[in-house]
Design a protein around this ligand. Structure first.
Ligand code: N15
Length: 288
């Protein structure tokens, strides 16, 4: 379904176009450091959205204005079936409101918790969708850098949506900043070295492993041990569950220390495991 009344018609105008009055606010569906996310309905069209309400006071406290502006600029310019849309934004005296796409399915990490691990069909379908989303983002000079199950949502048809751009940066050159939790981070990130697009390819390898085995590959109680295992690329494939050789081949070609030697996004989409199992429509029934 399209969102005609929320379409992007010159972002400059959106400040005047929308206000909280235009929405019926429903249940709380998410909460973060800076604000809360509600299910909401645009009164005139009946269109369902996720409305994120951020208090300016909180932004002041954490000096977060520039960060938010950059995120809005990035996310507002993106339009891809596997990237959660930002339809519009507006603000009043005290609040900034983001009108985001509502993903009616489930949060992917909860689905993974319930199922323990995914079938090769489900895992490969999600990895293919993520790869397509990342190819689009990289084309737009965006390195996501914080892909993890917590940032992935499913829509009503079971299609995956990348939903959080909390750490995304628009990159022209290699960056030196450190961020995020370490399980999903490439060696060059945990070492705080310069990094580029290939950090997202590494993360695809981590996610592919976690989807199939139920735990990320370098998980340890102690972060120091995780760090050492990432640096050594200490990759082990347990005997159970049974996982195909092709899946392990793909994971092994993504979890490569030398970032220039990791499989490219295009090659991931052409990999035998993806070709054999992934649903081309990107849909996977999440109502389990
Ligand atoms: C500045 C902005 C443009 C980028 C900042 N990042 C975000 O605003 C990303 N963000 C997305 N923050 C919150 C959300 C968000 C959108 C959170 C939850 C949902 C959402 N759309 N749909 C959901 C959602 N659907 C659910 C279904 C079942 C259970 C929980 C659900 N949450």
């Amino acid at each position: 379904m399209a969102a005609p009344s929320l379409s992007q018609e010159g972002r400059e105008n959106q400040r005047e176009e929308w206000s909280l009055e235009d929405f019926e606010i429903g249940k709380l569906i998410g909460a973060g450091k800076f604000g809360k996310v509600y299910l909401a309905r645009e009164k005139e069209s009946g269109f369902i959205v996720a409305l994120k309400i951020i208090f300016k006071e909180k932004l002041d406290k954490y000096q977060y204005h520039n960060h938010l502006r950059r995120e809005i600029e990035i996310q507002g310019s993106l339009e891809h079936p596997n990237v959660l849309r930002l339809y519009a934004w507006f603000h009043d005296e005290t609040r900034i409101c983001l009108v985001l796409e509502y993903a009616a399915g489930r949060e992917l990490y909860k689905l993974l918790q319930d199922l323990k691990c995914f079938s090769e069909k489900r895992a490969s379908t999600y990895i293919a969708s993520l790869t397509k989303a990342l190819a689009y983002l990289h084309e737009k000079q965006v390195i996501h850098r914080d892909i993890k199950p917590e940032n992935l949502l499913l829509d009503s048809e079971g299609r995956l949506k990348i939903a959080d751009f909390g750490w995304a940066v628009q990159s022209s050159a290699k960056r030196h900043t450190m961020c995020g939790t370490i399980d999903y981070l490439a060696p060059e990130m945990v070492e705080k070295k310069a990094h580029d697009y290939a950090v997202d390819n590494w993360t695809l390898g981590v996610l592919c492993y976690e989807f199939l085995y139920g735990v990320p590959p370098f998980e340890e109680e102690d972060q120091g041990n995780t760090f050492r295992r990432i640096m050594k690329v200490d990759l082990k494939f347990p005997a159970t569950p049974y996982i195909s050789t092709e899946a392990k081949d793909l994971i092994s070609k993504l979890l490569v220390k030398d970032s220039s030697q990791r499989l490219s996004l295009q090659k991931i989409l052409e990999h035998p495991w993806i070709l054999k199992h992934a649903d081309p429509s990107g849909s996977c029934n999440a109502m389990v």
